[in-house]
Design a protein around this ligand. Structure first.
Ligand SMILES: Nc1nc2c(ncn2[C@@H]2O[C@H](COP(=O)(O)OP(=O)(O)O)[C@@H](O)[C@H]2O)c(=O)[nH]1
Ligand SMILES: [Mg+2]
Length: 341
């Protein structure tokens, strides 16, 4: 059994049995979505060109409104549950692990609030099916979304820009959760941040040389307030925190060097001032500059050394990531669960 946590329930039912086949699993992370789930599910396509079998997977993240029961009554193929709320990032990873174990060739993730029209799913999976992309991301075209304020649009664009810079990719809408992933990509992703798995996955994909494509979509209007962005203050704090962390995490040497630079430059300038005065006047002017300059240089040096240390650690993380990928591939790569059923 491959599961990151022990309290999952995975009912084995309604499996597809046609072999060989291409299986698409549509996963929907849910936190108290009993009201909106029926509308979302009714909008999902029953057929997708190139796909032999479509299954649905609900990750119920400790809902208290009977989301899991609603999901079962709607005929959702698989329902996995966290016994308590663990957040979207964990739920997404639980979904990926379950979908891999259930033999998915392609995994589509969508929201439970019917934000993303299901009729785009064939277009979303097509580049993955054709082997032209590892991840396809729906571009919500944030500029055209009427209910987003100009400030929210700006912040979303800032998030996307940061991700493009760090990941070396060209994703126009990095925060969009409506995406298709190939099986191999799902094996490679290991979510490490709590808040924004959407940004984390793009950076991991970019660093591993995976191909990301985007398709333009139009989203449905809101049918309930956002769960993830509870208020503008919360959104700014979370977005800013995520961007700083992603930089420190994936570009540690660059980040710490930038932080160290003001200290080093000011220290050098103070030292320069002292030596200039010393050689010109031969007098002991600016002694304080030497003391303060030395202090600043030392602080800068220590910060830089943190960066070197973090850089070494990040190389270890890359190796761990590769090891995990190979391990998961050995464990899940051959869809053995599927064939046995
Ligand atoms: N598993 C899990 N899902 C969540 C949580 N918060 C929100 N979601 C789900 O994540 C998806 C996106 O949430 P939503 O409120 O639509 O965010 P927005 O589209 O960014 O406004 C929905 O399917 C939610 O049910 C959470 O704490 N845990
Ligand atoms: Mg949504």
């Amino acid at each position: 059994m491959f599961y990151p946590i022990s309290n999952l329930q995975l009912p084995i039912s309604n499996f597809c049995v046609k072999i060989p086949f291409v299986k698409l699993i549509i996963q929907i992370p849910c936190f108290n979505e009993a009201q909106t789930l029926p509308q979302t599910v009714s909008d999902l396509p029953s057929q997708v060109p190139g796909i032999d079998c479509i299954e649905t997977l609900i990750i119920d993240d400790g809902s208290t409104d009977g989301t899991a029961e609603v999901a079962r009554s709607l005929g959702i193929t698989h329902v996995v549950q966290h016994r308590q709320n663990m957040g979207l990032a964990r739920a997404f990873q639980t979904g990926l692990d379950a979908a891999l174990r259930l033999g998915a060739d392609i995994i589509v993730n969508t929201d439970a609030d019917n934000q993303y029209p299901g009729h785009y799913i064939p277009e979303l999976v097509a580049p993955v099916l054709a082997g032209k992309a590892d991840i396809v991301i729906a571009n919500r075209q944030v500029d055209n979304i009427a209910h987003f304020s100009p400030f929210k649009k700006l912040l979303q664009k800032l998030g996307s820009w940061t991700v493009r810079t760090v990941s070396g990719t060209n994703v126009p809408d990095a925060v969009s959760g409506f995406r298709a992933y190939s099986r191999d990509t799902a094996l490679r992703l290991h979510i490490l941040t709590n808040f924004s798995y959407t940004l984390d996955t793009i950076i991991q994909a970019g660093k591993q040389g995976l191909i990301i494509r985007s398709i333009a979509v139009e989203t449905n209007g809101p049918i309930r307030p956002s769960r993830l962005q509870r208020s503008m203050g919360h959104f700014i704090k979370a977005q800013a925190g995520t961007i700083v962390r992603l930089y420190a995490f994936y570009e540690p040497l660059r980040t710490f060097t930038y932080i160290a630079l003001p200290f080093i430059l000011t220290g050098l300038w103070l030292w320069g001032r002292f030596f200039y005065a010393y050689f010109i006047n031969h007098a002991n002017q600016f002694i304080q500059s030497v003391t303060i300059g030395t202090g600043l240089l030392l602080v800068g040096l220590f910060i830089f050394l943190f960066g070197v240390q973090a850089d070494i650690t990040s190389k270890h993380r890359q190796m761990t990531q590769e090891t995990l990928y190979r391990l998961k591939k050995l464990e899940l790569g051959h869809k053995s669960e599927e064939i046995r059923d």
